[in-house]
Design a protein around this ligand. Structure first.
Ligand SMILES: *Cc1c(COP(=O)(O)O)cnc(C)c1O
Length: 416
């Protein structure tokens, strides 16, 4: 019966696509800043029979019978989240980081209330109020920007902006801002106008879990994150808050924004969060930043301009306009893709091209660091990238870079 047959028999095209995707990950250098590779244990938890279980509600108070084992899983995920980030309450059910933010907005905002957040083209996220996202459609959105000269957020400007527009919630956190956020300062700004502070740590979850970046726990009413970026806990999101907001957050997620939780993903979160409590993970997170720092240094030596001049974290934003005026982000992404280096095009502050074209690329180190790349390899990779950007149509460069990428991938396998 088909029910018991392996995937390659019952759905050969899907099985083949999965094998090809595994091969693609092994044979290319993944440098998309929001991606990573999870452990075999997280893969196993996510691919488990937990996918069969309905568990609407929360541990100890479910709308379905038979929840004793999924309760164990969710309770562990919650405990690990609280230990890692130091807040009273954690909700690990959001299906994604966007839904975690939805949970926060639903818990304290009314439609038409005002959000103050970092603009998308300056590093913000769709779920911080972009007009194509529910957050921009339901709420009134004001955005702050980075200083075009320095590439840093000008907190004094954010403070006067807040006084001027009187937001109901101020959002810190970003997808493409290469510097650490000053959560304490944003909190003061929010307090001064009697607004909530949501710290969205989606990108830096792993860096904060490991203590490499300071936690916003003491400086925010709500902390949201994704679980698949610098932390390696499989795809999903989570929310943390103090006891005061716990019930409102829980009911905003279920039944407010979602139905049954994805218990197999909650299991992935429990396993990945536990991995993040180890000293190996701490070394990993330190190396992620050391690798990005090395990449930044070599890029700069080779003449690339970086937004803010460098990085504090796992990603860099390269502004190609001065160094490579004829090359768009889209062309750079394609040329690098052709040699097996996977990055994404990205808008830069003061962008003049469309978001589908852009003038920059975003480059990240979490996935390569999982493969055990260190500073020496990052120097090599930096040179490969600049060689391609300098001569995107040169076949000899293309062949030489491709073969070095192949060698590196073979030397540093992901799943043996
Ligand atoms: C990635 C990200 C999210 C979450 O994205 P999902 O794809 O919905 O999981 C939220 N906020 C920021 C700042 C992000 O970078």
């Amino acid at each position: 019966m088909a029910f018991e047959q392996p995937l390659d028999r019952t759905a050969p095209s899907i099985s083949e696509a999965i094998d090809h995707e595994r091969g693609r990950q092994e044979s290319t250098l993944g440098m998309i800043a929001s991606e990573n590779h999870v452990s075999e244990s997280v893969l196993e938890a996510q691919g488990s029979v937990l996918t069969n279980k309905y568990a609407e509600g929360y541990p100890g108070g479910r709308y379905y019978g038979g929840c004793q084992h999924v309760d164990t899983v969710e309770e562990l995920a919650i405990e690990h989240a609280k230990d890692l980030f130091g807040m009273d309450h954690a909700n690990v059910q959001p299906h994604s980081g966007t839904q975690a933010n939805m949970g926060v907005y639903f818990s304290v905002l009314e439609p038409g209330d005002r959000i103050l957040s970092l603009s998308l083209s300056h590093g913000g996220h769709l779920s911080h109020g972009h007009d194509v996202n529910f957050s921009g459609q339901l709420y009134d959105v004001e955005q702050y920007e980075v200083d075009p000269e320095t590439g840093y957020i000008d907190y004094d400007a954010v403070a006067s902006h807040a006084l001027e527009v009187d937001p109901d919630i101020v959002v810190s956190g970003s997808s493409a801002y290469p510097r650490e956020f000053d959560y304490e300062r944003i909190n003061e700004i929010a307090d001064d106008v009697d607004a909530y502070h949501l710290a969205d740590i989606a990108h830096v979850t792993g860096l904060i879990a490991a203590g490499v970046h300071a936690s916003p726990a003491e400086h925010a009413d709500f902390v949201t994150g994704s679980t698949h970026k610098t932390i390696r806990a499989g795809r999903g999101g989570f929310i943390m808050c103090d006891t005061e907001h716990a019930d409102d957050i829980d009911s905003a997620i279920f039944p407010g924004a979602q139905g049954g939780p994805l218990m197999h993903n909650v299991a992935g979160k429990a396993v990945g969060f536990a991995e993040a409590q180890t000293s190996e993970f701490e070394s990993y997170a330190e190396q992620v930043v050391a690798n990005a720092t090395r990449l930044a240094e070599r890029f700069t030596e080779r003449g690339l301009a970086l937004v803010s001049g460098g990085t504090d974290k796992h990603l860099l934003l390269v502004d190609l306009r001065d160094s490579h005026p004829g090359l768009t982000g889209k062309q750079a992404e394609a040329a690098l893709n052709d040699v097996g280096i996977i990055v994404n095009k990205n808008t830069v502050p003061g962008e003049t091209r469309s978001p589908m074209v852009t003038s920059g690329i975003r480059v990240g180190t979490p996935a390569l660091t999982t493969r055990s790349f260190e500073e020496a390899e990052m120097g090599i990779v930096a040179d490969l990238i600049v060689d391609v950007l300098d001569t995107p149509d040169d076949d000899a460069v293309h062949d030489r870079v491709t073969s070095t990428v192949d060698d590196l991938c073979e030397e540093f396998p992901i799943y043996e």
